[in-house]
Design a protein around this ligand. Sequence first.
Ligand SMILES: [Mg+2]
Length: 94
Amino acid sequence: MTINDIAKKNYEWVEEMGWHNKTVLEALALVASEVGEAINECRNEKPTAAFGEELADIILRVLDIAHWQGIDIEAEINNKMLINEQRGTRGRQK
Ligand SMILES: [Mg+2]
């Protein structure tokens, strides 16, 4: 599955659950809440076994917003990686 396929599949499941009742700002706040959950999984020396699941939650919430807003997130990611590569370090230390 491509990233856009995953975004569509996840969007359709969230829609089926009846959870598309938020503003974009509210949906972004839920992305932040998932980041908080991921942080909690890293409070000890090593991330817990649940860390990967929380990273997936972050991505799925972002993909849901992207699909909802008609954003081709795969193209955006590829384009941004190209911009980052061309930008180089801009003097920052590696
Ligand atoms: Mg979570």
